[in-house]
Write a protein that binds this ligand. Structure first.
Ligand SMILES: Nc1ncnc2c1ncn2[C@@H]1O[C@H](COP(=O)(O)OP(=O)(O)OP(=O)(O)O)[C@@H](O)[C@H]1O
Length: 353
């Protein structure tokens, strides 16, 4: 199924978070705002900080939705609003259609314990507990019996490739290994929604890349609904099914990576993404056209193949590909000409930058 045809897991509608002396003064009981930009400006002028400005988006079941922006743009505040770790000033958050803002304190605790997993940049492990006990910890909080906790924790530890390290303490592990423990722990409760807030930012670049691969491998198996925060644009483009770009509290564009590089919403997004190589970001599925009953080329490629990976075949004279595996979409064709058009566009970008 394509993301568009999957059910919506999480919907965020016109969410605001304002810090300051009396944020409630600015919203009526329905939280309805006519002109969000004007209100954000007024708030700033009146010594308030609109950390999240009128954020709206939907995340489909099984999707990786990345929220990207520079430091201070409001990413962490927004994601904390989604689990109500931070109380939004206005707006609606719907989980499976159910209004999270109407949930009682007790219901919220239950939801966080059972339906949500969270991974943070600083790993957040308990230093005096072993790997096994760290991973089993959320199950203990849930009141699961010891045997069941241990079996599940061992399963999660194996899933993240740390078998054999069950008895180690966090300080005996590398940064990458500690974050694997953090990931295993967050998955132990089998969350439907998985929040990752800059999970790999503390790792050095090589380990970071390995962890991204590992994360994608896990997601292919687990198919969680994921909200992933990063300020690293390469990481965002690598991992996202769709991404939201934030600036000064506001989401300035939401789209698939290819949409964003091909049609940036404004100069800010264009500048922000200008170093992302088009041939690496754009996939065969992004620019293939429906075959409409015409004969398909003999060679076929998967829809998620980057154009970059097709260059050697095109250089050796292949004229086109049948594009397969794009969910429910009809059979499609990618011609060499379409790839060349992207290449031409990349050259024009390089010249003008
Ligand atoms: N409890 C708070 N009280 C007042 N202001 C806050 C509070 N928490 C965050 N802010 C402000 O809200 C804005 C957004 O912060 P936030 O941490 O969400 O940004 P971010 O994009 O996640 O940044 P980073 O990548 O540096 O974590 C910042 O200006 C920050 O100073």
């Amino acid at each position: 199924m394509t993301a568009a045809s999957r059910p919506i897991k999480l919907a965020c509608r016109n969410v605001w978070k304002v810090y300051g002396r009396r944020p409630d003064y600015y919203f009526d009981s329905r939280g309805y705002v006519i002109d969000p930009d004007a209100l954000a400006e007024r708030l700033r002028a009146e010594a308030h900080l609109p950390a999240v400005v009128d954020a709206s988006f939907e995340v489909a079941t099984g999707e990786i939705f990345v929220i990207m922006g520079l430091s201070g743009s409001g990413k962490s505040t927004l994601v904390r609003c989604l689990s109500r770790l931070v109380e939004p000033s206005a707006g609606e958050i719907l989980l499976d259609g159910r209004n999270l803002l109407a949930a009682s304190g007790k219901e919220l605790i239950e939801l966080r314990r059972h339906a949500m997993g969270m991974v943070f940049q600083n790993f957040g492990l308990l230093p005096h507990l072993t790997v096994l006990d760290n991973v089993a910890f959320p199950l203990k909080i849930q009141g699961k019996p010891a045997k069941e906790r241990e079996a599940r924790a061992r399963e999660m530890i194996a899933l993240v490739g740390l078998e054999g390290r069950e008895a180690s303490f966090p300080h005996q592990l590398s940064g990458g290994q500690q974050q694997r423990v953090g990931i295993a722990r967050s998955l132990a409760v089998g969350p439907e929604l998985w929040f990752l807030d800059e999970p790999f930012s503390a790792l050095d670049p090589l380990i970071r890349k390995q962890m991204q691969d590992e994360f994608l491998r896990l997601q292919r198996m687990l198919k969680k609904t994921i909200i992933f925060i990063t300020h690293d644009i390469a990481e965002a483009f690598r991992l996202a099914d769709r991404l939201a770009i934030m600036r000064a509290g506001k989401i300035v564009q939401i789209g698939r990576p290819a949409d964003i590089v091909l049609n940036p919403a404004d100069d800010y997004v264009a500048q922000f993404t200008e170093d992302m190589p088009l041939l690496r970001v754009i996939t065969a599925g992004d620019i293939a056209t429906p075959a409409n009953g015409a004969a398909l080329p003999e060679r076929s490629v998967a829809a998620d193949t980057s154009l970059e990976a097709l260059i050697p075949q095109l250089a050796s004279g292949v004229g086109g590909f049948a594009v397969t595996g794009d969910g429910d979409n009809p059979p499609a064709v990618l011609n060499a000409g379409a790839v060349l058009a992207v290449l031409e566009r990349e050259q024009a970008r390089r010249k003008s930058s």
